[in-house]
Design a protein around this ligand. Structure first.
Ligand SMILES: C[S@@+](CC[C@H](N)C(=O)[O-])C[C@H]1O[C@@H](n2cnc3c(N)ncnc32)[C@H](O)[C@@H]1O
Length: 411
């Protein structure tokens, strides 16, 4: 029963670490990295350090520079920023991704370190991006894992479906290397029953369906290859690959199976439950002079807009709840939370009944962070920003709990 040595990338204010530590004290983060590009003030990193300590293993540098110092580890985790993953050019050094794209930093780390397990988090649209070549980016990621000897499971999870207070939809990925018992058991099943084993891994036996049980699945599915028989190299895959992937899937030995699943719902926490009970400072209440802007932003629209070339089109959108219902989970929190606009939440204050935005503490609660986690010297705006960037801790906890239960090595 050993410890699991963890490296945490793109650590932000430490959401992954909180999820790991809530799952088990056998997860030991031995190295972490967080750097807000080109900013003098590193508020997220400062917050991380104020909770987890100042250490030479908590590094605030561009991951492109810091990666050379990463120690050997068992599990690599990170909520990596979402970008364009396309392959741009072939040069003497082989295929290179677009400059600065962070997926390729993770790929480099996998190439050198080959951790047994990898858990990643990204936006829900990752599996369909880019819009013009659906599924290309995710196929590139899967091919990278395949080339390094990993099997992959993914699920798009709405945290509120599994008992949380926020309808945050995110793609979670877990990859396990062929040296692990998890991989070997899965591979053996695929040898015996082929696609059926792929389905079972996605719907019942894998880490994801155990962490996030499903009620049912659609009959249609995707069965698709991304190996070198199908695409000679990464460049050809990048050029022509197009595949519509569903919210659950697995990849084993270069073969993808994907199916749309329906969660087995756990009762959610309504937004009203996480609101502050006592009196809330005046500054959070909507100002009279901003009301027209709020009403416009939240309302239905049917407007003529102009394209750059001068042509005209109709812009339509429906109204959103104003104020937000306290009986439902919140919508997804963004980095712009509380700024006047459609996506910010507006609630009826429990004490006064007046309309107001969420407080930083309420935003922390929506992600499952302890109260005042980001109250470490940064401005309120930055606190909202950090929570918009962070994740629902409970989702990480569920995956990491299942990982320990499922791999014999760690039982
Ligand atoms: C999606 S957020 C992850 C937030 C984190 N999971 C949390 O709970 O707070 C991605 C993080 O990557 C950081 N980042 C962006 N570019 C980076 C780079 N080149 N090197 C290191 N970190 C970077 C951002 O500052 C941001 O905090």
């Amino acid at each position: 029963m050993g410890n699991v040595r963890v490296v945490e990338l793109f650590a932000g204010v430490g959401g992954f670490r909180l999820g790991l530590e809530a799952a088990s004290d056998r997860y030991k983060v031995i190295w972490a990295n967080q750097w807000e590009p080109y900013k003098t003030d590193q508020w997220a990193f400062d917050c991380y350090v104020s909770h987890f300590g100042k250490s030479s293993n908590h590094v605030c540098k561009d991951i492109a520079v810091a990666k050379k110092d990463i120690p050997d580890h068992d599990l690599l985790v990170g909520g990596f920023p979402c970008q364009d993953y396309s392959i741009m050019k072939k040069n003497s050094a082989g295929i290179e991704g677009k400059k600065g794209v962070l997926w390729w930093q993770i790929d480099d780390i996998l190439r050198v370190k080959r951790p047994s397990y990898v858990i990643l988090e990204n936006v829900d649209r990752l599996i369909r991006s880019p819009a013009k070549q659906c599924g290309r980016d995710f196929s590139i990621i899967l091919r990278c894992f395949y080339q390094k000897g990993y099997a992959v499971e993914w699920r798009v999870i709405n945290a509120a479906d599994y008992g949380q207070a926020q309808r945050r939809r995110r793609t979670f990925i877990i990859a396990y290397h062929n040296r692990t018992k998890l991989f070997q058991d899965f591979a053996e099943q695929v040898c015996v029953t082929g696609l059926k084993a792929m389905h079972r891994q996605a719907a019942e036996n894998g880490i994801m369906p155990k962490a996030f049980p499903i009620a049912s699945h659609q009959r249609s599915y995707v069965d698709h290859w991304i190996d070198e028989m199908r695409f000679e190299d990464m460049e050809s895959l990048s050029k022509i690959q197009k595949v519509y992937l569903y919210n659950a899937g697995v990849m084993m030995n270069g073969r993808i199976y994907s199916v749309e699943v329906t969660p087995r719902h756990e009762p959610f926490i309504p937004l009203g439950k996480i609101l502050e009970q006592g009196s809330v400072d005046e500054r959070y209440f909507l100002k009279e002079e901003d009301m027209p802007k709020w009403i416009y932003a939240k309302g239905a629209k049917h407007e003529q807009h102009h394209r750059r070339d001068g042509s005209v089109y109709w812009f339509n959108e429906g109204a959103v709840g104003f104020p937000d219902s306290l009986d439902k989970p919140s919508r997804t929190m963004l980095t712009s939370e509380t700024q006047v606009g459609r996506t910010s939440h507006v609630v009826k204050d429990l004490q006064t009944g007046k309309l107001r935005v969420l407080t930083p503490v309420e935003c922390e609660r929506l992600n499952g962070f302890p109260d005042n986690w980001t109250n470490t010297g940064m401005s309120e705006r930055m606190r909202y920003f950090c929570m918009g960037n962070a994740l629902v801790i409970n989702c990480v906890m569920k995956i990491c709990t299942e990982l320990l239960n499922s791999d014999n090595h760690y039982k």
